[in-house]
Design a protein. Structure first.
Length: 435
């Protein structure tokens, strides 16, 4: 894997400050850069005080749903006498998202420190970090960092002499997208098939091994020590006027921009500034056609929507999509959107755990209908059929993988209907062999 780009002057580098700095990977290197001060401060505070600080900072989960982190931590029961668990979600399989991988590759101790802070705050002595199976380099870096953190007393039975125990256990996934869904992740950690569980019970009541559990994304946990060191008010001020979306967000930009990569922006940055300034805009001679802004599971945006979009949780919703995981797929006018939507549907069909009929059948049928359209054998009724299928796939299943497949299909038909009609009318030549 390569080196990241030098940061752009318009980025706010907090979590990505040491991306590309090999010296930050070691325990000593991390301490020299101010590392582990957040954890040292945390173990001198009460768990409730840490949770209040998180609430005041406005930090929201960076794994996709944007749930307020302090509030989630406060759901964990107090003095219940049971073991509590923290699960760090490092599965990062969402198409277009590659930020957690970089946090682990370059700043593994930032994640370990964040996990230890989170575990202490929710009354857990053990944090499992569930790492995507394909992440071979991040796995090795994390293994080394965890061993060094134990050797230095940052983890183990007596964290920095505080008398508090915090263990971090690394667990390698086996390559399933669905294991990033929090309840499937817990099943997988328990050695079971990675099928999502029906909620309730919610993880804070009965999670991993039936015990109270909190699941957080890598980027969320890595932000926690910064909040303790610099203060909730400082973090909350990192926004452009919307107090509901605060801090920085790592945005993974891929596709047809001149400078793809991870960009750390202050919440509230205009999307057009990110694409056309920081990422260098489109390739020469090309124009923007579409953006999927939050990983592949969110509605597709038109250039007009991009133009007015403010990049924070509320801003992207107002512009017709969702911020999600912050994995941004940028497509120029050379893109066959029908083909791209079919590729996404095929991905979801492949990754469906198949428990729910709407998802198992819906993702497979969506893929086949799109393949039929691309092969030139589409029927005029196919678009209505796809929309009807999507309706049956939305809001009716155990987890939202089904909805995630429907979102690009519905938005694609609504916003780029001409691309589909070109195949249906025969104006565009088939791009797939007959199915
Ligand atoms: C199909 C599916 C896949 C998911 N994959 C991930 C993932 O790879 N990483 C992640 O952090 N969250 C993923 N999530 C979201 C998690 O279920 C959960 O909301 C998140 O880890 C909570 O952490 P946060 O509050 O810090 O965002 C996924 C959700 C679904 C439905
Ligand atoms: S929606 Fe799909 S992936 Fe989620 S539980 Fe149901 S079948 Fe499995």
């Amino acid at each position: 894997m390569g080196y990241p780009h030098p940061s752009h002057a318009r980025e706010t580098v907090l979590l990505s400050q040491y991306f590309g700095d090999a010296g930050a990977k070691s325990y000593d290197g991390w301490v020299k850069r101010g590392g582990y001060e957040g954890l040292k401060k945390a173990v001198g505070m009460t768990p409730d005080a840490i949770i209040e600080e998180m609430k005041a900072s406005g930090l929201r989960g960076r794994g996709g749903a944007g749930f307020p982190t302090g509030l989630k931590w406060s759901f964990m029961p107090k003095n219940d006498g049971k073991p509590h668990y923290l699960c760090c979600n490092a599965d990062e399989s969402e198409p277009g998202t590659f930020k957690d991988r970089e946090i682990m590759r370059w700043t593994p101790h930032a994640l370990i420190e964040g996990c230890a802070v989170g575990a202490y705050a929710i009354g857990a002595e053990t944090c499992y970090i569930y790492i995507r199976g394909e992440f071979t380099e991040p796995w090795k870096v994390m293994e080394r960092a965890a061993a060094d953190a134990y050797a230095a007393g940052a983890l183990g039975a007596n964290v920095f002499g505080s008398g508090k125990r915090i263990d971090v256990v690394l667990h390698r996934g086996a390559g399933a997208y669905i294991c990033g869904e929090e309840t499937a992740l817990m099943n997988s950690l328990e050695g079971k098939r990675g099928n999502p569980r029906i909620k309730p019970p919610f993880p804070a009541a009965a999670g991993l091994f039936g015990m109270p559990t909190t699941i957080n994304n890598v980027e969320t946990l890595a932000a926690a020590p910064h909040i303790l060191i610099k203060g909730a008010a400082w973090y909350k001020a990192l926004c452009k006027g919307n107090p509901k979306s605060t801090g920085t967000k790592l945005i993974s930009v891929c596709g047809h921009v001149q400078r793809p990569g991870n960009y750390e922006i202050t919440m509230g940055t205009p999307m057009k500034d990110l694409i056309f300034d920081m990422c260098g805009g489109m390739r020469p001679g090309r124009t923007l056609k579409a953006v999927i802004p939050g990983g592949s599971s969110v509605p597709i945006m038109t250039p007009g929507e991009v133009d007015s979009c403010i990049m924070d949780y509320e801003g992207v919703v107002a512009a017709g999509s969702m911020l999600g995981s912050g994995g941004m797929i940028v497509m120029d006018d050379s893109t066959d959107l029908v083909y791209q939507i079919m590729r996404l549907a095929r991905f979801y069909a492949h990754e469906s755990c198949a428990q729910c009929t709407q998802c198992r059948e819906g993702t497979a049928w969506t893929t086949r209908i799109l393949e039929r359209i691309l092969s030139g054998a589409g029927k005029s009724s196919d678009l209505d059929l796809l929309l009807d299928l999507a309706d049956n796939m939305t809001g009716k299943t155990i987890c939202v993988l089904s909805d995630s497949c429907a979102a690009p299909v519905v938005s694609g038909i609504q916003k780029f209907r001409g691309d589909f009609e070109a195949y249906l009318s025969g104006k565009r030549k088939p791009s797939l062999a007959g199915v």
